[in-house]
Design a protein around this ligand. Structure first.
Ligand SMILES: [Zn+2]
Length: 148
């Protein structure tokens, strides 16, 4: 085996180590939040398991946050809000934060009128809105969020 061949063997070995590290790293997701992350994944079309998603007391009236700039984006959810929120509000909040962290969406506070009813245009609205509205127009909101 010449020197070049040995170098090649080393490069192959290093690549295998990196590949196995890459697939083994699954981010921590609070079990209470996992079903909602799974719902996002369903619409996204692949399992999103690289965003740490946990509860943390947030300042002021923040209900959730997507923090970017580190190795991977991080989602934090305010536990006080979560306890008070209904099913629609909880799901809309995860869709919103993953909209920032995974889809790179910004806020959109526009309104739209659907069948004569004025509703927020997007779950990317900067403010929370009725979970009942979210669930009633969920098909529309998922199309809007994922650009389909
Ligand atoms: Zn936001």
């Amino acid at each position: 085996m010449g020197l070049l061949d040995r170098c090649k063997a080393l490069v192959v070995a290093l690549t295998l180590v990196l590949a196995s590290c890459g697939t083994a790293k699954i981010a921590e997701v609070d079990p209470k939040l996992q079903p909602y992350v799974d719902e996002f994944s369903k619409y996204f079309g692949m399992k999103v398991d690289w965003v740490p998603t946990t509860f943390k007391d947030l300042k002021d009236n923040w209900v959730g946050v997507c923090i970017t700039g580190g190795d991977s984006p991080v989602v934090q959810i305010d536990p006080g809000y979560w306890e008070e929120a209904d099913e629609g509000e909880r799901e809309a909040l995860i869709m919103h934060e993953y909209g920032h962290c995974v889809l790179d969406r910004d806020h959109d506070d526009a309104m739209v009128t659907i069948s004569g009813v004025k509703i927020p245009k997007s779950v990317m609205n900067a403010y929370t809105f009725s979970g009942i509205i979210y669930l009633k127009y969920k098909d529309y909101y998922m199309k809007e969020l994922f650009g389909r």
